[in-house]
Design a protein around this ligand. Structure first.
Ligand SMILES: [Fe+2]
Length: 194
């Protein structure tokens, strides 16, 4: 059994940075085309979908160029699917299991949604499990008022620290499904946050 340690949440950490210089429209278009043509994600209605990185990048020359230009070494890639039912509850405040720094690209219907970060005390984090304690899902956050420390709308690529408590909020005007594309890396992307 692994031991999971709740590390300090540092409210001074910069939780995200918009990568405004990236020419992203072609990347999103090519990745979305790949998802529609080669995966069942739009039919399956599952929140978290790992997608084979080599397949994705083989189908997106623009993404390959971005990875090369930014000297990124991709660990894995995934597509996050939010439908209208999920959105009705809004996503719970949480910390991702691996606390990875990731890069997100908008794929579909990401307007009218907001990723919000919160200042949460360490003692308000709790380990949450699923499937009869078999799998650690995420670090949840106890109910209560948690102060917002920042937010973004995914209207361009964003580097994001999933170790800072966060949740996706959806406005009544949002259109579904909302799809985004996330990449995790073997090398550090800390420099993108400065
Ligand atoms: Fe998350």
């Amino acid at each position: 059994m692994f031991q999971y340690v709740l590390k300090n949440v540092n409210p001074m950490t910069i939780p995200f940075k918009k990568l405004v210089d990236v020419e992203w429209a072609g990347i999103s278009e090519q990745v979305l085309f790949y998802v529609i043509r080669n995966t069942p994600i739009l039919q399956n209605d599952i929140f978290w979908n790992l997608v084979e990185w080599t397949d994705v990048v083989d189908n997106s020359p623009s993404l390959q160029k971005f990875i090369t230009d930014y000297k990124l070494d991709v660990l894995n890639s995934s597509v996050i699917y939010i439908d209208h039912q999920e959105a009705a509850f809004n996503q719970k405040i949480h910390v991702d299991i691996d606390r990875a720094k990731i890069i997100l690209f908008p794929l579909l219907n990401c307007n009218n949604t907001r990723t919000v970060f919160y200042d949460v005390a360490e003692e308000d984090l709790e380990v949450e499990w699923q499937n009869n304690n078999e799998e650690l899902k995420y670090f949840g956050v106890k109910k209560g008022h948690h102060r917002e420390i920042g937010s973004f709308t995914l209207d361009c690529p964003v580097a994001m620290d999933t170790g800072v408590p966060h949740a996706v909020h959806v406005s009544p005007e949002a259109v579904f499904p909302r799809l985004s594309f996330a990449m995790r890396f073997n090398n550090s992307i800390d420099h993108l946050f400065s």
